[in-house]
Design a binder for this molecule. Structure first.
Ligand code: NAG
Ligand code: NAG
Length: 196
């Protein structure tokens, strides 16, 4: 049996785009490989198959032209809820993962009584791998990706990480700056609890 893989690639926080890619020439006996790329902050016109002339994306374009392009498919506008919806198949408000993305030290994650997509795929015989960002909880080991259906994980657990030096810079004032940039009406009170 060929190795069947699920790959998830994830980048920076906030906006997310999800692409499914299948081998259209598969025989009926062999399920397709599935590669999902979750690219936060990818603008509509940041891929050349949408017309970008500053950022050529020939490989992504090839995947798109050989697959299905969903031009009216929407995701949540922020990282943690968007990833939660993808992994659980539910609106994130069902699991308490709606709203602002998880902060580094926040003791919260997708509740453990939810079965995630890679767990279902693993039951179907898939090998499952995650590369890049997780950002749906890691405050105890059981919330981490390798206890939630992924055979392997190579990446980072939370958001705001810098591409080049791999450090994380997170403070209330930094988060407030992000919120301001996204024109969202949110504020922290003195106990660091978020109010909407
Ligand atoms: C998980 O547990 C919570 C709290 O008991 C419950 O509200 C929720 O429905 C459970 N979810 C699942 C998928 O079983
Ligand atoms: C990492 O890079 C970011 C962005 O350039 C910078 O703000 C931050 O100070 C750097 N951190 C360290 C520890 O070098």
């Amino acid at each position: 049996m060929n190795l069947r893989n699920v790959l998830l690639f994830c980048a920076l926080p906030v906006l997310s785009v999800v692409c499914f890619c299948c081998n259209s020439r598969r025989s009926s006996s062999q399920p397709p490989n599935i590669v999902v790329i979750i690219a936060d902050d990818l603008g509509w016109n940041d891929v050349s198959f949408h017309g970008a002339d500053e950022i050529p994306t020939p490989n992504i374009d090839a995947l798109a032209y050989n697959g299905v392009i969903l031009n009216r498919h929407y995701v949540l506008p922020i990282c943690t809820p968007s990833r939660t919806a993808f992994l659980t198949g539910q609106y994130p408000i069902r699991t308490g993962m709606q709203g602002f993305p998880l902060r580094g030290a926040e003791p919260r994650g997708i509740p453990l009584n939810n079965t995630l997509l890679p767990e279902y795929l693993r039951k179907l015989g898939y090998a499952t791998h995650l590369v890049g960002k997780w950002h749906v909880g890691y405050h105890t080991k059981n919330f981490g990706p390798t206890r939630r259906g992924f055979d392997t994980f190579f990446g980072y657990y939370t958001g705001y990480i810098q591409y080049y030096n791999h450090t994380l810079y997170e403070s209330v004032s930094f988060l407030l700056l992000i919120i301001k940039e996204h024109s969202t009406i949110l504020k922290y009170d003195s106990t660091n609890t978020m109010n909407v």
